[in-house]
Design a protein around this ligand. Structure first.
Ligand code: NDP
Length: 264
């Protein structure tokens, strides 16, 4: 018998959106490590297949299902495909997200709408697609990856911060709605994490300010009292913890993971 057969999440079925790289890929690996069977999903088929292949090579059960969370039809197809592969889906990690920064005067309606569509409406539609059967079975875990930008604003991120504040409000309301059912709904709010998204943010700042990348990275690290970026595995650890049976009383929360900067 392998460790996975006795893991804390042995036999649980999990879907991770945005699972092709960064935080989502780390979450998929951590869930498999604890015995869950996972469907990893994103738009880039090659990336999610790479993640699923690697997890299978390590002895886990993993499948890749391509889905753009900006498209309601694709979300329906993801739910059907995940049901086929996993049977019951016990865990949903709404991780797919995009970040853009711009001063308000340069923020177009199109850009604003895209960020809300992927970060907020995507989370809403995926939750809707998977929540019902969890409530019927009386067990479920939904973890939404928000951000410290869901707890505080900052210059140039009005659209992103609005989307992440919305994810937290959504999390609290859905959690309250299903509280008696055995399904918990929580959000995790990381500070800057060492992922391709942050690499993109650094490149964007370098392009706009002309500062060198090392200086920009130093400034991002300094935003945490621990003077570092968070690691994707730290977010994954919190996801696994929230999915644990013993975390059944933790719901409607938005847990900050930033080395102590935002205290809430
Ligand atoms: P990455 O950009 O490194 O990865 C994002 C993942 O989401 C990719 O797999 C990407 O794949 C997928 N994705 C993006 N758009 C869509 C879409 N429309 N439909 C489905 N999948 C999509 O980001 P991170 O790992 O850094 O971030 C993950 C989450 O964590 C995001 O919600 C982000 O806002 C949040 N977060 C990140 C922080 C950071 O510092 N990095 C800090 C706080 C929160 P593809 O493009 O192929 O679809």
């Amino acid at each position: 018998m392998s460790e996975r057969d006795t893991g804390r999440l042995a036999g649980r079925g999990a879907v991770i959106t945005g699972g092709g790289r960064g935080i989502g890929a780390a979450v998929a690996a951590a869930l498999v490590e604890e015995g869950a069977r996972v469907v990893v999903s994103a738009r880039s088929t090659d990336e999610i297949e790479g993640v699923a292949d690697e997890l299978r090579e390590q002895g886990g059960e993993a499948w890749a299902v391509t889905c753009d969370v900006g498209d309601p039809d694709q979300i329906e197809r993801l739910a059907a495909a995940a049901g086929d592969r996993l049977g019951a889906v016990d865990i949903l990690v709404n991780n797919a997200g995009i970040a853009r920064s711009a001063p308000l005067k340069a923020l177009s309606l199109q850009e604003w709408s895209l960020i809300q569509e992927i970060n907020v409406t995507g989370t809403f539609l995926c939750t809707k697609a998977f929540l019902g059967p969890m409530v019927e079975r009386g067990w479920g875990r939904i973890v939404n990856i928000a951000s410290i930008a869901g707890k505080m604003g900052a210059p140039y991120i009005a659209a992103y911060a609005a989307s992440k504040h919305a994810v937290i409000g959504f999390t609290r309301s859905v959690a309250a709605e299903v509280a008696p059912s055995g399904v918990t709904v929580n959000a995790i709010c990381p500070g800057y994490v060492d992922t391709p998204m942050t690499e993109g943010s650094v490149a964007n700042i370098v392009e706009k300010t002309g500062h060198d990348a090392d200086r920009v990275m130093k400034n991002l690290r300094a935003m945490s009292p621990q003077n570092r970026l968070m690691e994707p595995e730290e977010v994954a650890y919190l996801v696994v913890t929230l999915c644990d049976e013993r975390a059944k009383g933790v719901t409607a929360q938005s847990l900050v993971l930033d080395g102590g900067g935002v205290q809430s």
